[in-house]
Every structure is written in C-alpha cells, then in structure tokens.
Design a protein around this ligand. Sequence first.
Ligand code: ATP
Ligand code: MG
Length: 363
Amino acid sequence: MYLKQISYSNFRCLEDTKTELDRNFNLIYGKNGQGKTSFIEAVHFLATGKSFRTKKTKELFRYNRNRVTVFGKYVNKNNEENILAVDVNEERKDFYINKNKNRYIDYVGLLNIISFIPEDIEIITGNPGIRRNFFNYEISQAKKEYLKSIVDFEKILKTRNKLIKEKKTHEDIYKIYNDKFIEEGTEIIVYRREFIKKISILLNLNYRKLFDQKSELKLKYVCFLGDIERKSKDEIKEKFKENVKRKNEREKFIGYSLTGPQKDDFIFELNGRNAKSFSSQGEKKSIIFSLKISEIDMLVKEKNEYPVFIMDDIASYFDEIRKKSILDYFVNKKIQCFITSTEDLNIKGKRFIIEKGKVTEDE
Ligand SMILES: Nc1ncnc2c1ncn2[C@@H]1O[C@H](COP(=O)(O)OP(=O)(O)OP(=O)(O)O)[C@@H](O)[C@H]1O
Ligand SMILES: [Mg+2]
C-alpha cells in the first residue's frame, strides 16, 4: 500500500497544504527546526491517530489553535483508493474512512505504517512497559484479534484490581473477573509467544545481512509465568491458575494484581548477552533498525501487503557506509518510504524541501 496524497490543517508548524507523494521514495530535507519531523509525524498520525513524539494530542495543535485535521488518500494492494481523516479538537478525536465516521478499532491498521525514529532506542534501553507497548502495537498491526484481546484484558485487569482493593475477592463477581483474567491473559501469552518466535528468526537474518554476518541476535519473550516455550494453551492456563492461587494472599495484602501478562518483558540478546547492558550505541541502533525491517517482513507475510515506512533523521543514526546500504535496501523494495535528512540525498523519487513549515517539491 502507499500514501498518494496528504493534507493537513493546523498541524504543528506546518503550513496548511496538500502534497502529492511518490509511490516509492520521498525525501524530506531541510535545516534544523524547519518541520521535517512534523511532516512525517503527520503521516504517522494519519495512519494511527497517534503521534510518535507525544501522548498529548493537543501538542499537535498549531500554537494558539484548538483543532488539528489530517487527510490522506492511500492506495491498497488491489489498487483501490480510500480517503482517511483524523479530526481532533479539545474534546474529541474522530476517525473517518471515505468520509464516514468510524470507530478507532476499525480505522487503525488500514494504513499500516512502520516508523524508525531516534527515540526508538528506548525499546532496548527503557523499562519493560515501553517494550510491552511497542510489541502490543506491532502484534496488533499484524493481528487484529490481538488488539481486541489487549483492550479487553486491560478492562478486566482494571476491574480485578478494583475488586482486590475493595476486599471483594470472596464475592462471585471477583470469581467471574478472575476467570476472564486468566482466559484473556492466556490468549495474550500465546499471541506474544508465536509473534516473538517468528520475528526473532527474521531479526537475526536481517541483522546479519545488513550489519554483521558473524553476529547472532535473538529476541526472547520473558513471560511472567517462566518457561512456557513448549506448553500447550491448556497447560499455560493451568500454570496461570496455579500462579494466581499462589499470589492470592499477597495480592489481598498489597491491594492489586501481582501476576499476569502486564508483567511480561522482552529481551534482545546479541551474541548471548543482553543488549540493554552490553551492546554499544551503534549496535543498539542497528538492532532496532533490523527489528523494524523484520516487522515489514512480518506484515508482508501476514497481510501480503507492504506497509509504509517512515524514518526520521537518517544522518543521526548511521555512518556513510551504513546509510548507503540502508538506502539501497529501500530502493530495491516495493515499499513506500519517507526519509528526513538535514542534507539532500541522491535518490530516485520525490525530493521535498521544507522551510519554516512550507513543503515544496524540489525538481
Ligand atoms: N504545536 C506547534 N505549533 C507550532 N510550531 C511548533 C509546534 N510544535 C513544535 N513546533 C515548532 O516546529 C518547528 C519544527 O519542528 P520539527 O521537529 O518538525 O523540526 P525538524 O525539521 O525535524 O528539526 P531537526 O532537524 O532539528 O530535527 C520547531 O521550531 C518547533 O518549535
Ligand atoms: Mg527532526
């Protein structure tokens, strides 16, 4: 799939405009502070309804404005054109597909997007919550059912916590929620295990191909239940039940859930060592880039469709040699990509120069 056109109004520093995009390669270049990141942030926002820079959507409103709108036209693998729009004001966020208002859950995932931004390094260096959020989003893109499980699980967990806190664990309502908690939690564990198993293989292949033939890179799912690698769904559920029983007294004492996939983590291991503690900055960046490339491979496998790829500030990541091999990688793929840079790059495709928020095609 690819994005054919984008337009926006009141989006950060960007001057309201409509831009026709290239099917393959779009370079956005300009000096610092001109709006490069904002431009690809708008692309990301159109696809996901979220920014990759902030959780506070209001920060996207141009200073002193109280509304932001982004429109886009994308073409899917069957060559059909669809129009997407996100419209946000102080009170609400609305999603439109071909001018009809839709629920977020039906909107997200239509335009698949994978982004690579300098802050992504936190997927390795940050706390487990960052990794869980990241993988939740990635698995959801490939499997819609997973998103539903996550949304349901979070509601169940909230209620379970509330019931524990209110000391109602002997009541029937708690038993109902506790069963649901184990049921939905088990689904999540199985989804996570399967996804990580698949992407870990791709990750290793891509890392070796792009950066270092001699290295061995593994991504491991660290389930709160311990080793579940070879367990069936029923066995996992049993193990989960036992775990809940064991933690029961302590939960009542502490006042919230002490067990469940909200405690899961994921580890990157480069040559047998945890990348978080042992890998260099450059290695971490290369691991994350390989991870993003592997997600593309996953989406192509699961959906038979290429996502859109956005990459912010390529120069800050890689030296000249790596930059060239990365650009070559995209040139030879059927994927649409958006890359920002402070310098002009010699590429085939459209080149946009951006100055004080004004985007102009450079011919
Ligand atoms: N909500 C907003 N409304 C108006 N301007 C904003 C808003 N948020 C940020 N800006 C400004 O937009 C400008 C462009 O920011 P942006 O991060 O897109 O630049 P950039 O081209 O990516 O720069 P760099 O090369 O330094 O990464 C900045 O000067 C910033 O202060
Ligand atoms: Mg920037």
